[in-house]
Design a protein around this ligand. Structure first.
Ligand code: IVH
Length: 752
């Protein structure tokens, strides 16, 4: 199967054929917009959607007079379901870490024991229950009355779907003998039989069927008209809780029993297990029952039963340490590889995407899959070891697809016996398909990247999409689709983030211009400008994350923002660190060369002089700036180099400076101030801790607003020293740092 460019055949099309095709493209794209924006039930993959859009644009360019009144190029998104108010969750809604094998579960249990300082044979019980494949919902009851229902959203802020939740029969509207405040969390789902009946009704009404029960449940819950939700049979299983004015129980299983007594459906397959073997046995039983359950599940969730231990274990950035989702194995299927497309991402990475002959994998039609990178296609991993025994993947090959849950399908194998005789090894492009710039690979990196930076339209657009995403600027009414529209617009273009904030000022007729376009009414334009203005004031961490700098994700952005507080402080240090970042990179390269040379000569390389030489001429203020950056808890050399080099790139820097000039960047407060005596202090732990573990002590200290450092310096306020403390205690004593033992520490934080 050859890959065809969506524009290849256009010169030979008749006007009639082009007009017919434009009509069907308008139908298909507009329907996909509605499904995506209004019904929350995407009917096309992003790649397929993009392909239709590209084809439509190419046809319109070739036949400008055939452009239709309902042309999808003029539409900004669909009928966005923006009628829901936002609700900030009193307690964040977390997701779960995943496990796939019994070994992962043994590791999970061992990790918990290590964190809590429990021996391998100390009793430790877990609950095990099905992982429901629906969407999570938080129900808030006050004085027994259901007052609010919110979707998960990004975990911090969800959508207010109270009116819809009130129509779900298995959600009680009144509770008796419940705590005064009680947030019940669980999963809204649709049963298989109800899903089949709903799809039959959809088809009878000439509407598109839903792809699976989960999309149907999501689409039904997120209806602006609650009468529609009421007509859709949804159910709810309670499995967790948020804010509670008094504890539900002392154990997870007790709390679930209490929720059941209050009138909630809880899953009957929930069990308490005392060993990892018992967890796996229960998993096997649930897996065996899976097909007969009547609703979709995608794994089994294990939770530490003792709630006091759950509290001690706490959370990572978005997942609890005390729970894990043991997912069912991925579903598989064989199909033929029709072509390979290259997508260019925000940081310039060229990602190969497999175009497949459509095949059903676990109930979902798959026509695209990721091929990871150049080496993966060639059958080797980045260190040169063979994958798939070295078998490469060629266009025309039969390949095995697998997908687990809602992750992007992947290719796991290729069948050489069915390879077409004319199949050629795949030539990975060395020029960016979007801007023609050289695409290069750094040493040791399996990813090839476009070097075009902001001149590359694909990178610029992806950066913009990231910029407006939820965890970044999250501008109401300006999502990925709208940004794409403005990106291609000739009169009022948005090509860089700063353009968003100059949109209105650039042209005082902007409002009138926009109002005349499909998808934009007078009020929506007004609302858009207001939403943009609201985001001129932005916390430093969000701004940093929004810049989309490689390796600078949400966590690193928060770490940097907490440390520097203000934008100017950060920029000063990042700029000053320039020569040091270059030295660091030069030192890495020189070290690698020295290692290789030594290995050839069969000798041990002496690396210190090599590194020292690279650093020899770095001015002291650059070294100090570098030390400050890399000394921030959570920030290593990789993040630091990426930040510094991004700020050094002229076009990139100009774009950032233009943006910041439009904004009022809010300082981020240093670690949460609690009234604990350790708040704001820098603490070092050393020696053996006997009553908690190092990890737990660190997490507790941070939760109380302290900063935990790895080594003692003049900035250290307190050293907690257990038995066996060595050089750190000596150094602390020399520096006059206060030293206490573990008992004193526990008394200090009020947990004695
Ligand atoms: S517990 C703090 N239990 O899975 C832990 N989640 O992949 C909260 N889910 O966002 C989640 N069944 O929407 C939990 N029995 C179950 C679940 C479950 C389904 C969903 C939930 C969560 C997602 C994480």
């Amino acid at each position: 199967m050859p890959v065809t460019d969506p524009r290849d055949d256009i010169p030979s099309l008749t006007r009639q054929a082009a007009a017919d095709e434009l009509a069907s493209l308008a139908d298909a794209i507009n329907a996909a917009n509605t499904a995506y924006h209004r019904d929350d039930a995407p009917t096309l993959s992003d790649a397929e959607y993009d392909r239709l859009k590209r084809r439509n644009t190419a046809l319109e360019a070739a036949f400008p007079d055939l452009k239709r009144a309902d042309s999808p190029t003029d539409r900004v998104g669909g009928d966005v379901a923006d009628g829901f108010g936002k609700i900030t969750h009193a307690q964040r809604m977390m997701s779960l870490a995943n496990a796939f094998t019994a070994e992962d579960i043994v590791d999970f249990d061992a990790g918990i024991r290590r964190y809590l300082g429990l021996t391998g044979d100390a009793p430790l019980s877990y609950t095990a229950e099905p992982k429901i494949d629906g969407l999570s919902l938080s129900l808030r009851y006050e004085d027994g009355a259901l007052v609010q229902a919110a979707t998960r959203g990004d975990g911090a802020v969800g959508e207010n779907v109270t009116a819809n939740a009130l129509t779900i029969a298995t959600i009680p509207q009144h509770l008796t003998d419940a705590p005064q405040v009680l947030e019940v969390r669980g999963e809204v789902y649709m049963r298989h039989a109800d899903f089949a009946a709903l799809n039959a009704r959809q088809e009878d009404a000439g509407l598109r069927p839903f792809a699976n029960p989960r999309n149907a449940a999501a689409g039904s819950l997120r209806q602006l008209d609650s009468a529609i939700t009421a007509a859709r049979p949804l159910h709810f299983f309670a499995y967790a809780w948020g804010e509670v004015s008094e504890p539900l129980a002392e154990t997870q299983s007790g709390a679930i029993a209490r929720l059941s007594a209050l009138g909630f459906d809880t899953n009957p397959l929930t069990e308490v297990c005392k060993t990892t073997e018992a967890l796996i046995m229960h998993y096997d039983r649930i897996a065996a029952d899976r097909a007969a359950l009547g609703y979709d599940i995608d794994g089994v969730v294990y939770k530490v039963d003792d709630l006091a231990l759950q509290r001690r274990l706490g959370f990572r950035s978005s997942t609890p340490r005390w729970a894990i989702a043991h997912k069912f194995p991925a579903e598989r299927a064989w199909t033929q590889l029709a072509g390979i497309d290259i997508q260019v991402g925000r940081t310039g990475a060229l990602s190969p995407v497999a175009r497949l002959m459509p095949v059903t994998v676990g109930g979902v039609v798959v026509s695209n899959a990721t091929l990871h990178n150049e080496d993966y296609i060639a059958g080797r991993s980045s260190d040169g070891t063979p994958i798939r025994d070295g078998r490469d993947i060629r266009i025309g090959d039969w390949v095995e697809i697998y997908r687990a849950g809602d992750v992007i399908p992947k290719i796991r194998d290729v069948d050489l016996s069915r390879r077409p005789s004319d199949a050629q090894p795949y030539d990975f492009p060395t020029l960016c398909p979007d801007c023609g710039s050289a695409a290069v690979r750094d040493d040791g990196d399996s990813v090839r990247r476009c070097t075009g930076g902001l001149i590359c339209p694909a990178q610029a657009l992806e950066k913009l999409r990231h910029f407006v995403s939820r965890a970044a600027f999250d501008i109401e009414g300006l999502g990925a689709k709208q940004v794409e529209y403005f990106f291609g617009d000739e009169t009022l273009p948005i090509r860089q983030p700063a353009d968003i904030f100059t949109l209105q000022a650039r042209d005082d007729k902007a409002v009138a211009k926009l109002e005349n376009r499909d998808g934009f009414g007078r009020t929506s334009v007004k609302n858009l400008f207001q939403a943009i203005d609201e985001k001129r004031t932005i916390p430093l961490n969000r701004l940093l994350f929004a810049l989309g700098i490689r390796h600078v994700g949400e966590v690193a952005s928060a770490d940097l923002a907490r440390h520097f507080g203000m934008w100017e402080a950060l920029v000063a240090v990042v700029d000053a660190a320039g020569p040091a970042a270059s030295a660091h990179r030069a030192a890495d390269a020189a070290e690698a060369a020295a290692r290789a040379a030594a290995a050839d000569a069969g000798k041990r390389a002496s690396l210190k002089p090599v590194r020292d030489a690279a650093w020899a001429d770095v001015p002291p203020d650059a070294v100090a700036a570098w030390d400050e950056l890399t000394g921030i808890e959570g920030i290593g050399a990789t993040v630091a180099v990426s930040l510094v080099t991004t700020f050094q790139q002229t076009a990139e820097r100009a774009s950032i400076d233009r943006l910041v000039a439009q904004l009022n960047v809010q300082a981020v407060a240093a670690p949460t101030q609690t009234d604990s005596p350790v708040a704001g202090k820098t603490i070092v732990f050393t020696g053996t801790l006997e009553r908690t573990t190092r990890a737990e002590a660190k997490a507790r200290a941070e939760a109380l607003g302290a900063k935990v450092a790895g080594s003692v310096s003049a900035k250290t306020n307190l050293l907690v020293a257990g038995p066996g403390a060595g050089s750190k205690a000596t150094k602390a004593a020399e520096l006059g740092v206060e030293i206490i033992d573990e008992d004193a520490w526990i008394a200090l934080i009020g947990e004695a």
